[in-house]
Design a protein around this ligand. Structure first.
Ligand SMILES: [Zn+2]
Length: 95
């Protein structure tokens, strides 16, 4: 019974954090809670800070698959397609 009262009575403040990918997250803190300097971005896992213009550096070891990793994979796929297209063109005598 008492659980509903707990948490609702304490005023909470939403604090904005930004990660180096520009994601904004707004966790809420109880007014008497200590707001941490950084917060893990829920979208990419990078640390996020309260200063939008200078977010914390991303960690060197990334447990999450980054956007860059996806781009690299995609690029190698496209390279593969280009090589395949070239091979087909050679077969057809177009080169
Ligand atoms: Zn992020």
């Amino acid at each position: 019974m008492g659980e509903a009262e707990r948490g609702e009575s304490a005023p909470r403040a939403r604090i904005s954090f930004w990660c180096s990918n520009g994601h904004e997250t707004q966790p809420s803190f109880a007014h008497d809670a200590q707001v941490p300097e950084t917060w893990d971005c829920p979208r990419c896992g990078f640390p996020a800070g309260q200063d939008r213009d200078s977010p914390p550096d991303p960690p060197r070891t990334e447990p999450y698959k980054t956007h860059l990793a996806y781009v690299r994979e995609r690029r190698s796929d496209e390279d593969g397609e280009a090589i395949l297209a070239e091979a087909l063109a050679k077969l057809r005598g177009e080169i």
